[in-house]
Ligand binder design. Structure first.
Ligand SMILES: [Zn+2]
Length: 179
């Protein structure tokens, strides 16, 4: 578990800030999320204990379409299933919620997962799911993002972001610290 104590991400995570920003090295893909939303995640992670959990990210894109701004997130829908190393997100109640947000020009952006006592790295199942979402006409989201929290919050944790562009390999996003 020393992993989490010594990693830079964990060190930075303890600093109070109002939002986090992640970018691909080529600056083609970005993600921004407020700390208030991150706190919501943490609540869901704490509730899940040593089981995986997750939900969806909602928001909008910047005018230049290169950065997803997360404005809302939800916890696991009631028909979700999970174990210690896997999570299958359900759909119950999502459609109504998304429709409501859509009238306010906020859209489905991607997924978030909690990997308890593990790294914030996508599993094979995660990759398959996100690739499927990118291809799916139902989601209308050709570049879904995946935000992962690993470790054991609130003490030791790391957060990482990835984007899964349709029919292309997934891309890790690096956290950018603002000065
Ligand atoms: Zn996962």
């Amino acid at each position: 578990m020393d992993l989490y104590v010594t990693s830079n991400t964990s060190q930075r995570s303890r600093m109070p800030r109002s939002e986090r920003e992640y970018w691909s090295t080529d600056r083609k893909f970005g993600l921004r999320i407020r700390d208030t939303e991150v706190q919501k995640f943490m609540g869901h992670c704490k509730q899940a204990g040593d089981r995986e959990t997750g939900g969806i990210l909602v928001g909008f894109y910047t005018e230049t379409h290169d950065c997803a701004i997360v404005t809302d997130l939800c916890g696991p829908p009631s028909d979700s299933r999970s174990g210690k190393t896997w999570f299958r997100r359900g759909v119950h109640g999502l459609q109504g919620w998304l429709q409501q947000l859509w009238t306010d020009k906020r859209f489905y952006l991607g997924e978030w997962h909690f990997h308890p006592h593990s790294r914030a790295v996508p599993s094979k199942v995660d990759c398959d799911q996100l690739e499927e979402i990118a291809r799916s006409g139902q989601y209308n989201c050709p570049e879904p993002v995946l935000l992962l929290i690993g470790g054991g919050p609130p003490q030791r944790w790391e957060m990482a972001a990835y984007v899964f562009p349709k029919m292309q390999p997934w891309v890790p996003l690096e956290e950018r610290v603002r000065c």
